[in-house]
Design a protein around this ligand. Sequence first.
Ligand SMILES: *Cc1c(COP(=O)(O)O)cnc(C)c1O
Length: 385
Amino acid sequence: MSILPYGRQTIEDDDIAAVAEALRADFLTTGPMVETFETAFAAKVGAAHAVACSNGTAALHLAMMALKVGPGDVCIAPSITFLATANCARYVGADVVFADVDPTTGLMTPDTLKDAISRVTSGRLRAVLPVHLRGDAVELPALAQIAAEAGAVLVEDAPHALGTTARFGGVSETIGDCRHSAMATFSFHPVKTIATGEGGMVTTNDPDLAERLRSLRSHGMVRPAGCDPWWYEMPEPGYNYRLPDILCALGLSQLGKLDRFAARRRALAARYLERLAPLAPLVRPAATPGWSDPVLHLMVALIDFAALGKSRREVVEALKARGVGTQVHYIPVHRQPYYLERYGPLALPGAEAWYSSCLSLPLYPGMTDTDVDKVVDALEAVLLR
Ligand SMILES: *Cc1c(COP(=O)(O)O)cnc(C)c1O
C-alpha cells in the first residue's frame, strides 16, 4: 500500500527539461540562471532584492552575518520552529532567547515577544526571528514595532509561507516583501512550496544588506570598482553557500507554477477544514489569524489525545497502517538537549500545549480531493473507534 506523505515535491516534465537545458549550458554554477531566478523571485514576493543560496539554513546564517550579529548579541526565536531558526544565532556566537507561541496558531505574538524581551537579561538584542508557521502570517507590523522599540529588527523565517498574503490596516502584503523586516528567508527543500532539492533565498529591500549577502555566500569576496580583472579582496571570511545554475533553473521553473501550486494547496486546505469540522472539539485545525490569507505548507490538526484516551504514537502508527503519513511540527526547540544544557529548563506553556496536540496531515499539490477524504476517514476511524 502506498503511503500519503505529509508533504512532497511536485516535479513535472518541463521542470526536468529546464534542468536538462541547464546541464547543457556553459555554466553549471555562478552563471546567468542565478540572477534570473533571483530577479523572478524578488518580483514574485515584491522585494527589491533576492539572494539565492544553498538552503534555508544557509539563508538564515547569511542573514545573521549580513546584520553583523555576533558574540554578546541576542536573537529571539519562537520555540515552535525547525532547529535552524535558533541555530543560526549560535553559528555567529549570539545567544537565543526562546519566545512562546499562541497554542491555537503556533505563532509568536506581540505578547509572547514582549515576554521574551523581558527575559533578555544580558547582551544586546539584535534580531527577532518570527516564523510564519504552517504558512500563516505572524502579526508583522506589531512585532516589528515591539522589536524596534527594543533596538532590534525582524528577520522573517518564511520557508512555510511562500505565496501567503496578509492584510494589515487595509493594506495587502506578500510574505517576503520585507515591508516590516530587514530580511526574509526561504527554503526549497522538497516538502516546501517550491522545490530545488536543496536551496534557499534571502529577500531584502536594503541594497547594502543584499550586497553583503552576495559576498558572504561566496567566501566574503568583493571586487572593488575598477580593480584588475583577476583581483578580489576578502574583508571578512564568508562561506560557499552558492546555489548552482542547475538548481536555479529548476527553481525558476517551479516558481512559474507557484500560483497553481498555491491554488491547489488552498483548495485542499478548504476541503480539510470542511471535512474536519464535524470532529470538533476533539480535533481542531490550527487557527488562522484574521489578517492572514495563507498558502498552507502544513495542514496541522490539534488533537485532544487525552480526551480521546489514545496516545499520539498509537494514532500515528494506526494512521500509517491505513496509508496516511504524518509528522509533528515541531518538538519545542528549547527542549533540545543542547539548548536545555545551555539555558536550562523554560516554562513556555503555549509551546507545550501546541506540541502536545499537533499532528501534520498530508498536504501537497499532487494530492487529490479523494486523498483528503481518505485522510479524514482514516483519522475518524482511528480516533473515534
Ligand atoms: C525548512 C526550514 C528551514 C531550513 O531550511 P533548509 O533548506 O532545510 O535548510 C528553516 N526554518 C524553517 C521554519 C523551515 O521550515
